[in-house]
Design a protein around this ligand. Structure first.
Ligand SMILES: *Cc1c(COP(=O)(O)O)cnc(C)c1O
Length: 509
């Protein structure tokens, strides 16, 4: 199994090379050259542990790894670091199922991938006979940075550098990052938004002078954002897991379809769901939820991706994104793997801040044609390849309160965005296929908003809000968030978008 670039110009390579490299030489993203034709015996798989199931799903994508090697990586990643033995519980609440992906060390779903990626990366360093240390550069809207810092903490042969928007993450997220432990961690606040930070990281990864300086210091750069294929693949496993659990619980007969609803930012999570479908998981419809930053919803409605708009800071900050990198991988598949088209759209995006896909791709997306009026709306949203929708901060808080009062279940703000958009989807389409909503963060991670949603007394800060929420709901606070306010701040650096290079280098002695 080789990996190829979405822009068609880079040499096909091994997965270990793709993981080390992060982004392809032509600026594209690595994707598997084909999807394995995995055979699923759903009833038999019900007896597998999470790590065993992940092995079954991931092995064909990772041919360079021996069975024992992959098993070791998966054991270290999923047996221990998660607070639930089953790793990702599927919880039925009323007529929906929440796939709780937030029981890892940082209480958000990024742990699902970032507990495994460092292991895949160190194995790749060995296999590629890489002599240099690896510097991992990451731009984060919050949760990626924390999970990456935790995942790479004191991993030999690596240094991890995280950039986050100084004013675009929650106080809890900021505290988690600034108190990160490990001798190889570097955390830098950016005076700008997430897109500034991500742009800076992409600039560094592609700048020959900067790369030469990194090289001189004995390092090789890679990215831990979901542009790294080693970040994306681990996520495929939990969709298979969710389907196995639905069959095991009797909610579905083997082969019957499920829908998925996903709070989306960089589009990695929902793309992994699409990959799961490609290897044989019966998924009928994919519901992509946005918050007030509804660039993805607009795109799936019109086929025009227009980033020339303000970025709002919302109560679901991990979705406050204008450039959803992983969308490129979906475009590549739906364009019949035509790298030329993808490259030209990405060029338009880089130069004009906007692109419009061609008629064939609009057709593949099921984009509503310009002259289709209201009567066709129901039909159109039913046939859309990705159903995109959005909701605002008020909708997000309202649904958290409603679901808690009706079922005693507490959603975080991101999960609530997906829940909201899913409800709209059902209203518009009447499609009541059993749904899995990915619950991407513990409610404690965004405790201030959740307290407000539940009508609890306003806490003066996020850390007190955690206590308030715990007292009111009785739900245990995740270990990663306990005693957070008292931890020692180890990282205080701040940089401007144009001084990110210096800031990065200052960590790599
Ligand atoms: C990162 C994140 C998202 C968005 O996921 P993508 O894979 O970037 O689409 C949603 N919710 C939470 C809590 C996150 O941390």
């Amino acid at each position: 199994m080789k990996y190829i670039s979405t822009r068609g110009q880079a040499e096909p390579c091994s997965v270990t090379h793709a993981i080390l490299q992060g982004i392809a030489e032509d600026g594209g993203l690595y994707v598997p050259e084909r999807f394995p034709d995995t055979q699923f015996d759903w009833e038999k798989l019900a007896g597998y542990s999470y790590a065993e199931l992940a092995q079954y799903v991931l092995a064909p994508f990772l041919p360079e790894f021996s069975e024992a090697e992959l098993a070791d990586c998966l054991k270290e990643a999923y047996e221990g670091p998660f607070e639930r033995a089953c790793v990702a519980p599927l919880v039925q609440v009323g007529d929906v199922h929440f796939l709780e992906l937030f029981h890892g060390r940082t209480a958000a779903f990024k742990d699902m991938a970032l507990s495994l990626l460092p292991r895949l990366l160190t194995a790749s360093i060995r296999k590629e006979h890489e002599q240099k240390k690896i510097a991992i550069l990451t731009a984060t809207s919050g949760d990626t940075g924390i999970a990456a810092l935790k995942g790479f903490e004191n991993v030999p042969g690596t240094d991890i550098i995280v950039f986050f928007p100084e004013h675009g993450v929650s106080p809890v997220q900021k505290q988690q990052m600034r108190t990160a432990e490990g001798d190889n961690t570097h955390v830098i606040g950016i005076e700008g938004n997430f897109d500034d930070a991500q742009r800076g990281v992409k600039r560094m990864l592609g700048d020959p002078a900067f790369l030469a300086e990194i090289d001189r210091r004995g390092y090789r750069l890679t990215a831990a954002n979901s542009i790294n294929i080693g970040r994306l693949l681990p996520q495929v496993a939990y969709y298979v897991w969710a389907y196995v659990r639905l069959v095991a619980s009797g909610a579905l007969l083997p082969g019957e379809p499920m829908n998925i609803a996903v709070p989306s930012g960089n589009f990695g999570n929902i793309l992994a769901g699409y990959y799961a479908q490609r290897i044989g998981v019966p998924i009928k419809n994919r519901i992509c939820a946005s918050n007030r930053n509804r660039i993805l919803a607009d795109f799936f409605e019109t086929g025009v991706y227009d980033a020339r708009r303000p970025l709002y800071v919302t109560n679901a900050p991990s979705m406050d994104i204008l450039v959803s990198s992983n969308l490129e991988r979906l475009l590549f598949e739906l364009a019949g793997r035509n790298g030329k088209s993808v490259a030209s759209w990405m060029k338009d995006l880089a130069y004009d801040g906007c692109y419009e896909v061609d008629a064939a791709l609009k057709e593949a997306l099921g984009v509503r044609s310009a002259n289709a009026g209201g009567a066709d709306e129901k039909q159109a949203s039913r046939s859309a390849f990705i159903y995109g929708g959005s909701c605002d901060e008020g909708d997000i808080e309202r649904a958290i309160g409603d679901v808690y009062r009706a079922h005693g279940y507490v959603m975080d703000t991101h999960t609530s965005a997906a829940y909201n958009v899913y409800r709209t989807y059902v209203k518009q389409t009447g499609d009541t296929t059993p749904v899995v909503i990915t619950a991407t963060a513990s409610p404690y991670k965004f405790a201030g908003s959740v307290c407000r949603a539940l009508g609890l007394p306003e806490a003066t800060d996020e850390f007190l809000a955690i206590d308030t929420l715990a007292k009111a709901t009785g739900i245990p606070v995740p270990a990663g968030l306990r005693g957070l306010a008292e931890r020692i701040v180890r990282h205080t650096a701040i940089a401007r978008p144009d001084t990110m290079e210096e800031a990065a280098l200052s960590g790599l002695r």
